[in-house]
Design a protein around this ligand. Sequence first.
Ligand code: C5P
Length: 221
Amino acid sequence: ATLYAVVPAAGVGKRMGGALPKQYLPLHGRPILSHTLSCLLSHPRVAQVIVAVGPDDEYFSDLPEAADPRLTRVTGGAERADSVRLALQAVAAEDAWALVHDAARPCLRHEDIDRLLAQCGEQGAILASPVRDTMKRAGGDGCIDHTVERAQLWHALTPQLFPAGALHRALCEAEQQGASITDEASAMERQGWQPRLVSGRPDNIKVTHPDDLRLAQLFLA
Ligand code: C5P
């Protein structure tokens, strides 16, 4: 099947605090999004990359990857799930699979994509990492309500891999029902799918806060 990479890159990066959207912050001399795109474009299985950028994006066209003929740019939406849904509209082939990866995860490596592709079942799969810390649920008063059993908890990472058509339909339905969707798997779970958890490298972090940028710098060094 044809493999499309879908990259939501239409966020404004409020938690980073700067004027420049976080996907364009420099990391070893080029924007975060440039690292992300070059990893996907250079993977031998990825046929095409669809990037969802903000409606007022002024930076995308300056990326070294922007002129790549295998790259398609679309306008994203208000939430991450809207951006992914709009990008999937550009996927033509009915038997295609979509590999959805956050723009803000520039430390992705081919071996992570390879493991996800190798271990993916018919119901899709996501990269994830087991929770390492003890987990607490907070009560209303800022105190601990109780400790959550950690053994079965995982952090959901990206990429997440699903049949493109089924994912598009799941995201459309979630949107119509007003469901809050923060990753692709949750849209599929609502449809009764049971995506597989595939162990991902812990350095595939999402750059959210300024400290994450320093970590990403180290991981990419
Ligand atoms: O905000 P958060 O870090 O969860 O965003 C994850 C990814 O989703 C980022 O790469 C961001 O650019 C993207 N995003 C998007 N459209 C939005 C909000 C976020 O493509 N409306």
